[in-house]
Design a protein around this ligand. Structure first.
Ligand code: CA
Length: 445
């Protein structure tokens, strides 16, 4: 399964301070303090790299590969969301204030309402470029679709979403970014493993240090694979002996097709249907674990938009309700292919975005959903997180307590709204969060 790397990327949108901005106000002493601290940390990093050898050797890495790529490798201090060690080493200097400040987010992150994800201009532009890529790479995409059973429109939509069809800059040396994440990132164990796989990619000659570029979170190539994704799914589609996802477009697109296919994509199924719900529909019925046949949803009054019928032969298929903005936005009935897209990036709005762009590419359709994204309140993530903690203490399953409103949090909200006699929305509101937090603090008195 692909690591949900975009979970990391989503929090990466906050402004990143750089030392060159911060240090001038701190004077020469601060500059020296930072330099001494960094030197001590780099020393620890060099030792950490040396200590990787037994695991690298066990994974088939040759000594020459190991030395050529890791000897002298430096930390990339510019990456966002690093966790600087304090002190630098057991007997090393403490973390200087300038660097401690760099770790603080620039502002309190808010939970972004789903509507912000679906800007019509962005969708239209991606679809238009997507259609031109469909004709430019027609023969390759046709062959990829045939081989993996994944529609070319989906693969092209992912390519557009991930890197703007390769137009997004990949500014980092992948090895250095991944090693830095392994040494002092948010998920060190995960990236320590990714680093060893990255060495394997270099050893096999699929990329060189110069061409193996990545995002800050180590995602590589046109469709943003981590090294482990590469190891599991990358293919050499043009037959030149290299699985080159960085500069050979057919290799990258086929690798994406292979990853979706290998993770359960069903070529006979769509990804979702946009639907209309009856008035005051029970939004607590959302979620993949509450899937039921299309025919049963129809009995509950759920209909496709634009008066389209569901395909007759699909009425027995199991689908689940997705309400990214609760009852305050468009509604979808999703197939398992939607869940496969979420393995690529564990987010409902991501899967809807990709599926919708694919629909627009294939049908040459306009950007708008039929349902409207109604205005919703913006709440700070830490407040939603406290709210989730209270819900969990009351015995609810909210999924991950992360300040985001995934489907388990959304349907728990529906249950609470019903209990409190609030209008049913299944979406976080100031009124509900205030009431629940006030009750919890009263109970704690
Ligand atoms: Ca190739």
């Amino acid at each position: 399964m692909l690591m949900p790397r975009r979970a990391l990327r989503q929090i990466g949108l906050a402004t990143v301070f750089t030392l060159s901005v911060l240090l001038p106000g701190h004077g020469q002493a601060a500059v020296d303090e930072v330099a001494a601290y960094k030197q001590a940390v780099e020393k620890g990093f060099a030792e950490w790299l040396v200590a990787l050898w037994p695991d690298a050797e066990a994974a088939g890495i040759k000594r020459a590969t190991f030395d050529a790529n890791l000897k002298g490798l430096k930390l990339d201090w510019s990456l966002p969301h690093l966790v600087f060690p304090n002190p630098a080493a057991p007997d090393g200097p403490p973390l200087p204030k300038a660097l401690a400040d760099q770790m603080k987010p620039s502002r309190q992150p808010e939970f972004e309402p789903p509507a912000g994800y679906f800007k019509e201009a962005a969708l239209s532009s991606l679809a238009a470029t997507g259609r031109s890529k469909m004709s430019q790479f027609g023969p390759e995409l046709g062959a990829i679709q045939k081989q993996y059973g994944v529609p070319a429109s989906i693969i092209v939509a992912i390519w557009g979403r991930e890197t703007g069809f390769g137009s997004l800059d990949m500014p980092f040396d992948a090895l250095s970014a991944i090693a830095t994440q392994g040494f002092m990132g948010l998920r060190p164990e995960e990236f320590r493993k990714q680093l060893i796989v990255a060495l394997k990619i270099l050893q096999e000659g699929h990329a060189t240090r110069a061409t193996m570029r990545s995002s800050w979170a180590g995602a590589m190539g046109y469709t943003q694979f981590l090294p482990s994704d590469f190891d599991n799914y990358a293919v050499d589609f043009d037959g030149d002996g290299k699985r080159d996802i960085w500069s050979t477009i057919p290799d990258a697109l086929a690798s994406t097709g292979n990853s979706l296919h290998s993770q359960g994509w069903d070529g006979t199924q769509t990804w979702f249907y946009e639907v209309k719900l009856p008035e005051k529909f029970d939004c607590t019925l959302q979620g993949p674990d509450l899937a039921r046949p299309i025919a049963e949803w129809v009995k509950l009054g759920v209909a496709r938009v634009k008066d389209r019928p569901f395909p007759e032969e699909k009425l027995g298929d199991s689908v689940f309700l997705v309400l990214p903005a609760g009852l305050k936005g468009p509604a979808f009935l999703a197939t398992n292919n939607f869940s496969v897209l979420k393995l690529y990036n564990n987010s409902d709005v991501y899967a809807i975005f990709v599926g919708h762009v694919a629909d627009m590419i294939a049908a040459n359709a306009p950007a708008a959903f039929v349902g409207t994204w109604q205005p919703v309140e913006r709440l700070p993530r830490d407040r939603i997180q406290r709210f989730q903690e209270v819900l969990v203490a009351r015995g609810n399953d909210v999924g991950k307590v992360d300040g985001l409103a995934g489907f388990k949090t959304r349907r728990t909200i529906g249950v609470e709204e019903q209990k409190l006699g609030l209008p049913l929305t299944c979406y976080p509101s100031q009124a509900l969060v205030d009431t629940v937090l006030k009750e919890a603090s009263a109970a704690a008195q």
